[in-house]
Structures are given as structure tokens and as C-alpha cells.
Design a protein around this ligand. Structure first.
Ligand SMILES: [Zn+2]
Length: 214
């Protein structure tokens, strides 16, 4: 890629991140300064949301640019949580962007006792299976604990969505839009789980799941 195309691609990436942050904030997926986004740039560095920033008011010129080893290249200091995003980029070749939010329904789901740690969402609609497959759970650690990243590194390969116990959720994707679409699908599914409540759910059968995975 020529120097000029690289600069243009980075400008577009910065604008896309500001737009997506505002959209997520306006639709209630993020509140206050919670949540963070990152995406891979064509020169293999990361663009990420700064520490303490509100997703609704991101500034394209101040977004953090960091190396895949976590060192700051330019812009404001990245969110502390970006360190666990790095685990996903380094351990899943499909990962080109990461969305991490504390949205209401996924965070509520992450607080339930007896979650299946291998897959927190037993499929009852096709969409999570088709977009993401399983949703493994990272046990609770205090915010900023490096074990969040260590556990995600182990789970990264082959997975696109993760629940962080008593905290929120993380999704990855082939683009920032794809990672966000995955997150939104996951949040809608968590909302359905609480909407269904104690009613008996007709889960998809093994045969129906096999058909979706094909
Ligand atoms: Zn968080």
C-alpha cells in the first residue's frame, strides 16, 4: 500500500470509529465512559479508544494508535482494557477489530450463577450460532487484571464472542462493523433470554445446530 493510501485508510478508520462510538452510545449500548473499541490498521498497528473517553464523544485526532505490543505510538493513552484486546489480535488470525461494552443485558447475563463456561448461550435462535458459534466465559477478575487477557488468549482461536463474568462482553470481527454487528446480535439474544424468563424455551436440536454449522 502506498504512503498516501495508508494515510487515507487511517483517516477513514478514525472517522468510522468515531461514527460507530456515537451510534453505540446513542442507542444505549454504552454509558458514561464505559466500553472500548479497537481496530487493526493496514500498517499492522491498532487504533483504539482512549482511557476515560466517552464513546459518544470520541475525537478522531486523539484516538490512541498503539503497536501490537501495546506501546503507544500517537494520540491519547489507550483504555487499560485495550491490553486484553491485544490477546485477541495475537491469537485469532480472523480478528481485525474488537468491541467491548458493559451493555445492560449481556452484563446481566454475565452475573448469573451456573453459567456454562464453555458456552454461555444455549442456542434457541440461529443467529448467534451462525455469526459467532459458542460464547465462552472468562471468570471474574477485577478490572485491569492481566488474567483477563491471559484467559482470552487461550480462548481466542476459533471464537468470536466472549462473556466476562460480572463485567460485560467482548466480540471480534473482520472489520469494526462486523465486530459491532456481532456484539449487537449477542446483546439482542441476551435481551431475549431475560424476556423469556422462566418460560420453557424450545432450544435448537443437535441436528438443527449441525445444519447451521454447515
Ligand atoms: Zn470493561
Amino acid at each position: 500500500m502506498s504512503e498516501k493510501t495508508l494515510i487515507q485508510a487511517e483517516l477513514e478508520a478514525r472517522e468510522a470509529m468515531v461514527r460507530l462510538g456515537a451510534s453505540l452510545f446513542q442507542r444505549g449500548y454504552a454509558t458514561g465512559s464505559a466500553g472500548n473499541l479497537s481496530m487493526l490498521l493496514p500498517d499492522d498497528t491498532l487504533l483504539a479508544t482512549p482511557t476515560g473517553s466517552c464513546l459518544g464523544e470520541l475525537n478522531a485526532d486523539r484516538l490512541s494508535k498503539v503497536g501490537l505490543d501495546g506501546t503507544l505510538i500517537s494520540g491519547d493513552k489507550p483504555s487499560k482494557e485495550v491490553s486484553f484486546h491485544l490477546s485477541l489480535y495475537l491469537n485469532n488470525p480472523e480478528c481485525k477489530a474488537v468491541v467491548h461494552l458493559h451493555s445492560t443485558y449481556l452484563t446481566a447475563l454475565s452475573c448469573l450463577e451456573d453459567l456454562n463456561m464453555e458456552n454461555a448461550i444455549r442456542p434457541f435462535t440461529p443467529y448467534v450460532v451462525m455469526r459467532m458459534g459458542k460464547v465462552p466465559v472468562v471468570p471474574y477478575y477485577r478490572p485491569g487484571d492481566r488474567r483477563i487477557g491471559e484467559d482470552l488468549a487461550k480462548l481466542a482461536n476459533g471464537n468470536r464472542a466472549f462473556l466476562l463474568a460480572n463485567h460485560g462482553a467482548v466480540t471480534l470481527g473482520r472489520s469494526l462493523r462486523d465486530a459491532s454487528d456481532n456484539y449487537e446480535e449477542l446483546e439482542e439474544t441476551a435481551k431475549l433470554i431475560f424476556t423469556l424468563g422462566d418460560r420453557r424455551i424450545r432450544y435448537l436440536s443437535e441436528e438443527q445446530l449441525a445444519e447451521l454449522r454447515r
